[in-house]
Design a protein around this ligand. Structure first.
Ligand code: FRU
Length: 492
């Protein structure tokens, strides 16, 4: 059978399985509604993000056959506004010797009207396969019909191996491609001697690629493998995203702010910063849109929790990245298109939170909601205050966001969020100003917390009972003064 036919058949088979499975799927109270999530079964990394022919395309790692990782395809959604996503047929399926065990992560670029996608082809080199018996190479597929169907390039793989002594062929993946001057560039993640690395490649025609340099590497403290690198410019700076494996016991993605010298292939950068301080965020990718915005989407993994669901994983709301005034850290905000979802609005100004507040407030309720609260730190005298969300009436079940004035720490407490979770974590915020602004997005099981207009963000999954849809404002002692509170129900 010829290559094109084989690929089409592999996609048809996967689509048929997904559609049949959907007929038996039971509705799930935790399925996100305005966050992009799989129709059914497994979702991981965002891939190939691009605004192309006027629409945003989100491809993603997908197992059409199961709610667990494996048999990785590229599924496909598109959107006109980054908020409403339409599912399209699967774009890439394993169909060749080189990608028979997965079409792993990668990126896309438009060239002469066509869409080029670069992905990592994966082969298991022993029956065990994972974690190390792999052959990973870089491949190209091209679409001439607007990003719907792809033909794999006849000379795949286009990069067979990292340079000897620099990286390992069993962990060599996740090409991200961009154009600079007259050339195209690619970053790839790899490892050597259990240290993660990012490699830079260059091409004059998008087909032949030459190795340039190592632009980042772990000194041992930053993990044994770098996944999903992304490099892009904001203002005068080149931001490098990486997802290092092996730094902590739950997923970590972060970035450097630096400068890439394209002549010498050297990247100089400052300190590593965490991109998202929640428990469930990994493998983000970015694109630039027609407004010049740098838009990031991250994958929200469930970190191994299956919970008997027929689906797994979601994407964050697309986030706009800018640099802070010192050019040191990213400011991370949800795209403003989100306001399209807002329906019922409740607003309060100058609220005093103390033990009597609960009676005074019209009940806030919802599992698909947005809440923005600006606390006045100068006028508040409570030592601790915060918001309880997805809470039962008496708060036996709840997810808590708590601020401690003396330590300037924000705590995300999921210990009462759902059966089996014991996650609690605190982060120290930057220098306190007059206000603390908490901006929450809630979508059944997905929670995103934006702090101080993008200074920090925390993403997590929680799986509360359906009736746990209350919000409570609390203080541990004294009063908290709220300058403004805005609550919206969201509708898709
Ligand atoms: C990150 C990752 C990538 C890889 C893909 C496979 O989550 O491990 O490095 O390409 O997932 O699905």
């Amino acid at each position: 059978m010829n290559q094109v036919r084989k690929h089409i058949e592999a996609i048809q088979q996967a689509e048929q399985f997904v559609n049949e499975s959907l007929q038996h799927a039971v509705p799930d109270v935790h399925k996100p509604s305005y966050h992009a999530s799989p129709r059914i079964h497994w979702m991981n990394d965002p891939n190939g993000l691009i605004q192309y022919r006027g629409e945003y395309h989100l491809y993603y790692q997908h197992n059409p056959y199961s709610e667990e990782w494996g048999n990785i395809h590229w599924a496909h959604k598109k959107s006109k506004d980054l908020i409403h996503w339409e599912e399209l047929p699967i774009a890439l399926a394993p169909s060749e010797w080189y990608d028979k065990d997965g079409c792993f992560s990668g990126s896309s670029i438009e060239h002469e009207g066509k869409l080029y996608v670069y992905y990592t082809s994966n082969v298991f080199t022993s029956p065990q396969g994972l974690p190390d018996d792999l052959l990973q190479q870089q491949c190209l597929a091209i679409s001439e019909d607007g990003g719907i169907s792809f033909t794999k390039y006849e000379n795949n793989p286009i990069i067979e191996a990292p340079p000897a002594g620099i990286g390992q062929n069993n962990h060599f993946r996740d090409p991200k491609v961009w154009k600079h001057g007259d050339h195209w560039y690619m970053v790839l993640g790899t490892k050597k001697d259990d240290k993660g690395k990012v490699l830079l490649y260059r091409s004059h025609n998008l087909l032949e690629w030459e190795y340039v340099s190592v632009i980042a590497q772990s000194d041992g403290s930053m993990g044994y493998m770098y996944e999903c690198p992304d490099l892009f410019r904001i203002g005068e700076y080149d931001i490098l995203l990486i997802s290092p494996e092996g730094v902590r016991d739950y997923p970590l993605s972060g970035y450097y702010v630096g400068k890439l010298d394209y002549e010498t292939g050297t990247y100089t950068h400052g300190a590593f910063h965490v991109l998202d301080d929640g428990f469930h965020f990994y493998a983000p990718q970015t694109m630039e849109d027609h407004l010049g915005r740098r838009v990031l989407i991250g994958w929200m993994p469930m970190n191994g929790r299956k919970l008997g669901k027929s689906w797994s994983g979601a994407m964050t709301i697309p986030r706009v990245l800018t640099l802070d005034e010192h050019n040191e850290r990213l400011i991370i905000q949800p795209v403003e298109e989100l306001i399209k979802l807002r329906t019922q609005h409740i607003q309060h100004k100058q609220l005093i939170v103390d033990s009597s507040l609960e009676q005074a407030l019209p009940k806030l309720q919802g599992r698909r909601a947005e809440l923005k609260v600006a606390y006045n730190l100068t006028e508040s005298d409570a030592q601790e205050f915060g918001i309880s969300i997805l809470a039962s009436d008496q708060r036996e079940e709840e997810t808590v966001i708590r601020y401690s004035v003396s330590s300037n720490e924000l705590t995300l407490d999921c210990s009462k969020s759902y059966n089996g979770s014991d996650r609690v974590k605190s982060i120290t915020l930057g220098q306190a100003s007059d206000q603390l602004i908490l901006h929450l997005l809630i979508d059944h099981s997905v929670v995103e917390i934006y702090v101080n207009e993008g200074e920090r963000v925390l993403s997590c999954f929680v799986f509360p009972k359906e009736s746990s849809n209350h919000f409570h404002l609390f203080t541990s002692s004294g009063k908290a003064v709220i300058d403004s509170l805005d609550f919206w129900e969201l509708d898709v």
